[in-house]
Design a protein around this ligand. Structure first.
Ligand code: BTN
Length: 280
């Protein structure tokens, strides 16, 4: 594995939430690069206050502590970096990927064999049928104590990748059938979680290094555009103060989604979005 800043990997058989753990570590002054991986979470957190559940030992449940020197307006790119690293890591398994450029070039993108994986803006990993393969949850803490020791303020980015669960639709609660998928389902056989973890740690290094450079941030946005399954789709954007419908037409160099609606193109910021979904 190339030299990676993600070498401090803390493993847990069972923990409430790897995001919660790293936020506490960040408050105590832990540096960038600490990784928490769990076999099982008893209170895994999802977006919008939801829970994130998976049977013990089946999926990859991981959080990373980042302290990027970033303008507040660019902090959403931390989640993009982790989502793209996951696409790279899955591509390196040889099962599929978006065909992105592989960040700073230290990891190879997928050759697109078999089971392409893309990103539903802003950061869900989905298969070609739009079924969710992974979710990303960034949590931040801008309290002054968080930046102790001269470190920039932390962002904890957690990702849950469906590796060996579900094994099929029958494994899922009825409301998720047809909406979620695992690498095992795409590969039609068990997938090695440890290999995926090694790939992800390797891919995180160049992807998160890109956060610190203007050209790197543009690359993250370009690669998000290349991987993004939302472009060309009719979407409804639910914001905190209302919603609107339109067609997703692109992604700006800053990583914002462009949505054309009633002859006007609006730029949608990830942090503002409650939900983007296909228009019904
Ligand atoms: C989503 O709702 O799509 C985001 C899910 C994020 C789940 C991961 S699993 C590892 C990390 N720890 C958590 O408590 N949540 C994230």
């Amino acid at each position: 594995m190339p030299q990676s800043r993600f070498a401090d990997v803390r493993r847990f058989g069972s923990i409430d939430s790897t995001n919660r753990y790293l936020l506490d570590e960040a408050r105590a002054g832990a540096p960038e690069g600490v990784v928490a991986v769990a076999d099982h979470q008893t209170a895994g957190r999802g977006r919008l206050g939801r829970s994130w559940e998976a049977p013990p030992g089946a999926n990859l449940l991981l959080s990373v502590l980042l302290r990027p020197v970033l303008d507040p307006a660019d902090r959403h790119l931390a989640t993009t970096a982790v989502a793209l690293a996951a696409v790279d890591a899955i591509g390196a398994l040889g099962l599929g990927g978006s065909g992105g450029s592989g960040g700073s070039g230290e990891t190879e993108g997928s050759d697109g064999l078999g089971a392409p994986v893309g990103i539903k803006w802003p950061n869900d990993l989905v298969d070609t049928r739009g079924r969710k393969l992974a979710g990303v949850l960034a949590e931040t803490d801008l309290l002054p104590a968080s930046g102790t020791g001269g470190h920039p303020a932390p962002i904890v980015v957690g990702i849950g990748i469906n590796v060996n669960w579900p094994d099929g639709d029958a494994d899922l609660p009825s409301e998720l059938r047809g909406l979620a998928v695992s690498l095992r389902m795409l590969a039609e056989g068990p997938v090695d979680r440890e290999e995926l973890l090694v790939n992800l740690l390797a891919a995180l290094h160049p992807r998160t290094a890109d956060l610190g450079l203007p050209a790197g941030r543009r690359r993250l946005s370009q690669d998000l555009l290349a991987a993004c399954t939302t472009i060309g789709k009719s979407v409804r954007v639910d914001l905190a103060d209302g919603s609107f419908e339109g067609t997703a037409t692109g992604i700006t160099p800053e990583g914002h989604l462009l949505v054309a609606s009633d002859g006007v193109t609006r730029s949608v910021v990830a942090g503002d979005v409650v939900h983007v979904r296909p228009r019904s």
